[in-house]
Design a protein around this ligand. Structure first.
Ligand code: NBP
Length: 471
């Protein structure tokens, strides 16, 4: 008998996803370029309905039609090569699902190319890392809707479930690259959240002189309120771990050089391409880059003085609450920017994204899962056409109430020489967005002065040029 679905790529993600699908009662064919790996996976799980196959022909022939094939291979060239190897063996109506972290423009291209041969192509974001893949990820599928409908029952069973209403964290995102775009934006938002948490830690550590244990308790406490989220939860936990060798908190021995796989960069690049302001996430990408310049920073630290950090004299408890408010405020700025970008991308690429549903499927399974996402869904339920989350009553009210804390925290950090690129960017965005007048009049005057680029006027319609060089 034939299998209901096939998974290609038996590295950690593909293996775990195959096990997840199998655990929901499906029979799964598995295949990996290196057959040894397929053998290992099958041998590790003899009791599971995982059917190992060792050639592409054997793999494809083992599947029910229309075939459902999930690719979990390295994004980029490996994905193209895998698709090419499958193509001669597929039939019209078969469905290829790419669950890798693929650049959305590659997905648009593959979707178009394969459509010519009658093959459906679903580019799907899968978030939640290894554990998510095994126990329930958040899934962001994009591609032919009719094809998605055929795999939807499987996806709905393997996805994470939102605590609030028991709904699976998967929804059809839109045509072609929409799913991978949303996954990319999710990752960008993840970069922002992580950097904001890192800055909060830095302020508490360097400005308030709190110990790692004290900070663990604070994050734990924060996780019971508005900031309740996976990333706050794991940060609290991380801070309780000790290094086995030295007995020190593990964070004190981990090198302060952040890696990245490029998805944050893609999000910023797309924002630049679309002309959408995405300063907070972009600052978080740059923060990783500057962190990676460790040797240069160490050298600079001995040459460049900055300011001496004064002992904090205020009420620490009060200030910690301000940091919490600043963090929540800044997180809202980041999501406001990210969702505004989704809106412009949706218009540009014709995706008709449903922002409230997107926030909903982030509520569980994925790295940015948080109570807070329900607020975003609620905002789009109130107004599906919302231009920016900051215009929603809830977000407007809470940011209005918390803005003073951000101003104080950012000012104190700057006075003390503690870098807060994302916190300061958050308040700058807020102040820019709510300013009816910005100093761009000066920029337009300069452009007109040196390049005769012309300008518009506040008081009447039309295009104007001023004669700047009259003697
Ligand atoms: P990797 O991204 O490390 O990819 C390894 C897999 O790709 C192996 O099965 C490998 O086969 C296969 N592969 C390579 Br490499 N080159 C190939 C080629 N030319 N032809 C065919 N297969 C090839 O695995 P992963 O970490 O499990 O991630 C899988 C996908 O899921 C990636 O796109 C990743 O970005 C995405 N993702 C990962 C995470 C995560 O937390 N790790 C989360 C969400 C999404 P081999 O065994 O023969 O070398």
């Amino acid at each position: 008998s034939k299998q209901q679905i096939g998974v290609i790529g038996m590295a950690v993600m593909g293996k775990n996803l195959a096990l997840n699908i199998e655990s929901r009662g499906y029979s799964v064919s598995i295949f990996n370029r290196t057959g040894e790996r397929t053998k290992e996976v099958a041998a590790e799980h003899p009791d599971k309905k995982l059917v190992p196959t060792y050639t592409v022909e054997e793999f494809v022939a083992s599947l029910e039609q229309p075939r459902k094939i999930m690719l979990m291979v390295k994004a980029g060239k490996a994905t193209d090569l895998t698709i090419q190897s499958l193509l001669p063996h597929l039939d019209k109506g078969d469905i290829l699902i790419d669950g890798g972290n693929t650049f959305f423009k590659d997905t648009i291209r593959r979707n178009e190319e394969l459509a010519d041969s009658g093959i459906n192509f679903i580019g799907t974001g899968v978030s939640g890392g290894e554990e998510g893949a095994l126990k329930g990820p958040s899934i962001m599928p994009g591609g032919q809707k009719e094809a998605y409908d055929l795999v939807a029952p499987i996806f709905e069973k393997i996805a994470a479930v939102a605590e609030e209403d028991g709904e699976p964290c998967v929804t059809y995102i839109g045509p072609n690259g929409a799913g991978h775009y949303v996954k990319m934006a999710h990752n960008g938002i993840e970069y922002g959240d992580m950097q904001l948490i890192a800055e909060s830690y830095d302020i508490m550590s360097r400005l308030l002189g709190l110990s790692v244990d004290e900070m663990a308790d604070i994050f734990k406490e924060w996780n019971t309120g508005e900031l309740d989220s996976y990333l706050i939860e794991i940060t609290a936990d991380i801070l309780t771990h000790k290094d086995e060798e030295t007995g020190k908190p593990i964070v004190d021995v981990i090198l302060d050089t952040a890696g990245n796989k490029g998805t944050g960069k893609w999000t910023s690049q797309s924002a630049l391409d679309l002309g959408v302001p995405l300063p907070l996430i972009t600052e978080s990408v740059f923060a990783r880059y500057i962190s990676a310049m460790k040797d240069e920073r160490v050298e600079a630290s001995s040459k460049i003085k900055g300011v001496d950090v004064q002992n904090f004299t205020g009420d620490k408890k009060v200030f910690i609450e301000k940091i919490r408010e600043a963090l929540y405020f800044s997180k809202i700025m980041s999501y406001a920017q990210g969702f505004a970008q989704l809106r412009i991308a949706s218009e540009e690429y014709g995706w008709d994204l449903q922002y409230g549903n997107i926030a909903k499927i982030f509520r569980a399974g994925c790295i940015i899962r948080a109570k807070f996402l329900q607020k975003i869904t609620d905002a789009y339920d109130r107004n599906p056409e919302l231009k920016n989350l900051l215009l929603d009553d809830y977000f407007n009210d809470v940011t209005q109430r918390y803005q003073q804390s951000v101003r104080e925290v950012v000012a104190a950090a700057i006075q003390a020489g503690v870098p807060v690129p994302t916190f300061s960017s958050a308040i700058a965005y807020y102040d820019s967005y709510r300013s009816a007048d910005l100093p761009a009049n000066i920029i337009q005057a300069q452009r007109d002065y040196f390049g005769a680029h012309t300008f518009e006027r506040k008081d009447k319609e039309g295009i104007f040029h001023h004669e700047w060089y009259v003697d």
